[in-house]
Design a protein around this ligand. Structure first.
Ligand code: AMP
Length: 594
């Protein structure tokens, strides 16, 4: 891009602020959006990810167009999380630092509403907000947005993912028809297009990179392991990348906490970030991560939203997300500010097809890679040490200790010294990895390399308000099994199938035959179809099945429920687990078989 900020039509006060910030030239989204928004009053839809400079793309035009002689609220910016809301507010203040009389106020949940109301009473031309708190404050008449000229919806896809559709439409209903709306989103799922259609008129569309593309300088890799080897695989990936600075994504809070605890026990600088932590604890974790005291941040998707840390070298998908769109957000945490990044995925053999679904969305190919062997890791670590030594600047304060050190080591030759020195590090890894097996799954063999698998038939299905995810959460809870212990869950209209490894069979049959689902006695049997295989449609000959719909509710296509499966938007796995448990009554001893 060869345009300058001067050429975009920005006033001198902004060029001065830009010079202070050290921005040399406009980014792609800025080059497209700023002149268009300055020149005319229009609606706009921009497909751009965090890290592309989108805050400045809407921030400068809004700042240049508002009137600071008036105290009326003229612009609102709605963003999904408190972190993002504060980040936008800070950026906007920096952009507008040379404007007199400018007041920008952030309103977000989890902080004192009366303090925020007090700030608003002083008159804020621009309000940056999370949807829930903004709606609340409008309802309490603490905020008047009836005269705004501009409304920005930032990270629209994230907001809708988080279930803010109704809050957003409610907020928009308090704004005048005459305002202009600028929508920013990393992806363009149907719900976002719907908002654009409903609330905007002939918006200018701009795209930074191709639609739905992951960041282009991120390479995507996957590693096929057995479910029980996920953690060992993660450790190897970390050990094979000694300078790793990464976010590791897990599906649930519980897994997030467990993986972080195991990493810490194993001597890594790691920490967990999830919704069960207080805001204060989360702030502490983020501070340690930003300052590099933490090398591996283990996080849930929700908690990681709005993380704005540059230089993340690797994103590791310890488990894949349920909804494909989320993968784009995960991998977008690396490869920022023009740097290279790697997004790694640990998958089981059964999950491999999800990789192909994601490839279609991100329009990029994954590289299939092998989990490194212990020997390879030892080599990497040795050369890493050799390079570190080579690049280390000599610290002369050692000089005074040298005579004594020299005396201590004088009997050794240079070769011996080098060997001894390297052995310090090498032995640690060598001893740990000696005799450790290859973790890679032999892809030419059947589905369960590790042992026999059992497929079960269960007498409840989508008619009973189940989808595969809800059923899996329910089973995990009542059977006290982990995320990976229950697999190949298929929900049909009036019945379902799922698999576990053979050792769980007795527990599954005992437990499930003794409980109810929403008042109905459960009946479970070992399925007679080939164990381990997924039953397709009516193949098993049981009536009532309506075949497999190939789409689950917004999730990957391979585990779809029947068409009666109801969408459960916004329900967290914790929530649905709780709901699942509400349907259980213990009727011990009444074991019935069909
Ligand atoms: P954003 O996509 O708005 O979250 O911006 C990401 C980061 O890039 C922020 O820290 C901005 O301060 C920075 N930034 C925005 N525009 C530019 C630019 N033209 N040149 C360099 N850095 C920028």
């Amino acid at each position: 891009m060869s345009t300058t900020f001067q050429a975009l039509g920005l006033d001198e006060v902004f060029l001065k602020a830009i010079a202070d910030l050290g921005f040399e030239k406009p980014s792609g989204v800025q080059e497209q959006a700023i002149p268009a928004l300055l020149e005319k009053d229009i609606d706009m839809v921009a497909l751009a990810q965090t890290g592309t400079g989108k805050t400045a793309a809407f921030g400068f035009p809004m700042l240049q167009k508002i009137n600071t002689d008036s105290k009326t609220t003229q612009g609102i910016i709605i963003a999904p999380t408190r972190e993002l809301c504060l980040q936008i507010t800070n950026e906007m203040k920096l952009y507008g630092k040379y404007i007199n009389g400018l007041n920008i106020v952030a309103v977000y949940g989890g902080a004192s509403i009366s303090d925020q109301a007090k700030q608003l009473r002083r008159g804020a031309q621009i309000v940056v907000a999370t949807p829930g708190r903004m709606k609340d404050m409008i309802g309490r008449r603490m905020l008047d947005i009836s005269k705004i000229d501009f409304c920005v919806l930032d990270e629209a896809d994230e907001m809708l993912n988080m279930g803010f559709y109704e809050d957003i439409t409610d907020i928009l209903s308090h704004t005048p028809e005459t305002k202009f709306t600028w929508l920013f989103s990393a992806t363009m799922p149907k719900e976002v297009s719907r908002i654009a259609k409903e609330f905007m008129s002939s918006p200018l569309e701009i795209t930074v990179g191709a639609k739905n593309m992951g960041a282009t300088n991120v390479s995507h890799e996957y590693y096929v392991v057995n479910a029980r080897d996920r953690y060992a695989g993660l450790k190897r990936l970390a050990d094979a990348n000694p300078d790793i600075f990464s976010v590791i994504f897990c599906r649930t809070k519980r897994d997030t906490q467990q993986v972080a605890e195991r990493l810490i026990e194993d001597g890594y600088s790691a920490a967990a970030l999830h919704g069960d932590l207080s805001q204060h604890q989360r702030d502490l974790v983020m501070h340690s991560f930003r300052s590099r005291q933490i090398q591996m941040l283990v996080a849930t998707d929700v908690a990681a939203r709005g993380i704005d840390v540059d230089d993340i070298t690797h994103v590791i998908n310890y488990q894949l997300p349920d909804e494909v769109e989320i993968y784009t957000h995960r991998s977008g945490r690396t490869g920022r500010a023009g740097k290279d990044g790697v997004s790694m995925v640990l998958v089981t053999k059964g999950e491999q097809r999800k990789i192909h679904t994601i490839e279609k969305i991100i329009q990029k190919k994954f590289i299939s890679k092998e989990v490194p062997s212990g020997k390879e890791i030892c080599e990497v670590q040795l050369f890493h040490l050799a390079n570190t030594i080579k690049n280390t600047e000599i610290n002369n304060s050692i000089d005074s200790y040298l005579p004594e050190i020299n005396t201590l080591l004088e009997s050794f030759t240079k070769e011996e010294l080098i060997k001894k020195f390297f052995s310090v590090e090498f032995t640690k890894f060598h001893n740990y990895y000696e005799g450790k097996r290859d973790l890679n799954v032999d892809l030419s063999k059947g589905p369960s390399k590790g042992g026999e698998t059992v497929r079960y038939f269960l007498n409840i299905g989508s008619r009973d308000d189940l989808d595969w995810k809800r059923l899996k959460d329910f089973l995990k809870e009542v059977l006290s099994l982990g995320q990976d212990d229950i697999y190949h869950v298929d929900v049909m209209d009036s019945f379902s199938f799922f698999n576990t490894d053979k050792p769980h069979e007795e527990k599954v049959l005992e437990t499930l035959s003794a409980i109810q689902w929403e008042g109905r006695q459960l009946s479970v049997e070992v399925s007679t179809t080939k164990a381990g295989g997924k039953q397709r449609g009516r193949k098993g000959g049981r009536g009532g099945g309506r075949g497999k719909s190939n789409r689950s509710s917004g999730g990957f296509g391979n585990q779809g429920g029947g068409s009666r499966t109801r969408k459960r938007r916004g329900s967290t796995s914790g929530g649905s687990r709780r709901e699942a448990l509400e349907g259980i009554k213990n009727t011990r001893g009444r074991r019935r078989r069909r």
